[in-house]
Design a binder for this molecule. Structure first.
Ligand SMILES: NC(=O)c1ccc[n+]([C@@H]2O[C@H](COP(=O)([O-])OP(=O)(O)OC[C@H]3O[C@@H](n4cnc5c(N)ncnc54)[C@H](OP(=O)(O)O)[C@@H]3O)[C@@H](O)[C@H]2O)c1
Length: 269
């Protein structure tokens, strides 16, 4: 892909999405960011209202870009949040909302943009997954489940749309310094009397400390830009601090129980 592109970045009001929207627009691309709260244009890109959990909202935002630009070259499926808590104490409603945002949200956007990409015979979809989509993280079980599901969707979709000239890839950031930490939702049932309370607080403390020391969101944005400049994109890209990028590959060659023991000891379990 070369030249100026029309790019849609979901969840561009903050963190990684905002860094992507700002970097890509600074490089001359026509960028539409989205947020659940409509906001005025910022730093060279326009913001559209989109709640990825609502079909009508996704369709409306995609239709706006298509009406104004005629096509969409690149979609960065980034909108998402982290739900934390013991799986046993996570309500189905909390679990559904996590999947509805991080997984079905991506599916909704893909379904909305694919017809126009197919008609044009080109397009790039970058799904922002996570290291948590490669490694099941304790007390982030539903978050990990949403990202594991996203990994499967990405691998399958890639194969289905390749003959239409559309490429799909997964970005797997390690910890990134963004408001995801403050925006984290905790399972309501996990109160002071929870049998998991001590372990949960210990593990979450480590997770949040790592996030605050994470890579800058601009690093992920630069990776997105570099993908847009490639002719062919790979299946997945780990991005972030080296130790975290290595964690994903370590999983592939260490015996599963040894890997698990290392992970549990790391999180104080
Ligand atoms: N930070 C990390 O360490 C890290 C690591 C791996 C992967 N990730 C992934 O990176 C992505 C971005 O996270 P971030 O760290 O940049 O977090 P963030 O700063 O909290 O930003 C999240 C973005 O998602 C949007 N969003 C949340 N729920 C939405 C919904 N229902 N509909 C539409 N937009 C919604 C928010 O927009 P509004 O609130 O304005 O609607 C916001 O722009 C997520 O998918 C996350 O899982 C982050």
């Amino acid at each position: 892909m070369s030249g100026s592109k029309v790019v849609l970045v979901t969840g561009a009001s903050s963190g990684i999405g905002r860094a992507c929207a700002e970097l890509l627009s600074s490089q001359g691309h026509t960028v539409y960011g989205t947020s659940r709260k409509p906001s005025p244009p910022s730093a060279g890109h326009r913001m559209l209202e989109m709640d990825v959990t609502r079909d009508d909202s996704v369709l409306r935002a995609v239709a706006t870009v298509l009406e104004e630009q005629g096509h969409i070259d690149v979609v960065v499926n980034n909108a998402g949040y982290a739900l934390a808590g013991p799986i046993e104490e996570t309500s189905l409603e909390e679990a559904r909302h996590q999947l509805d945002t991080n997984f079905f949200g991506v599916l909704r956007v893909c379904k909305a943009v694919l017809p126009s990409m197919r008609a044009r015979g080109s397009g790039l979809i970058v799904n922002v997954s996570s290291l948590g989509g490669v490694v099941g993280l304790p007390f982030q079980g539903l978050y990990s489940a949403s990202k594991f599901a996203l990994e499967g969707l990405t691998e399958s979709l890639r194969q289905e749309v390749a003959s239409f000239g559309i490429q799909v890839t997964s970005l797997q950031p390690g910890d990134v310094r963004t408001p995801i930490t403050e925006n984290r939702v905790r399972a309501l049932q996990c109160g002071p009397d929870s049998p998991y309370r001590g372990a949960f607080e210990t593990a979450l403390g480590i997770i949040e400390k790592e996030e605050r020391a994470g890579a800058a969101p601009e690093l992920v944005a630069r990776q997105v830009l570099s993908l847009m400049e490639r002719k062919q994109v790979g299946v997945r890209y780990a991005v972030g601090h080296l130790s975290q990028r290595m964690l994903a590959s370590t999983k592939t060659f260490l015996p599963a129980r040894l890997f698990e023991r290392i992970l549990m000891s790391y999180y104080g379990l």
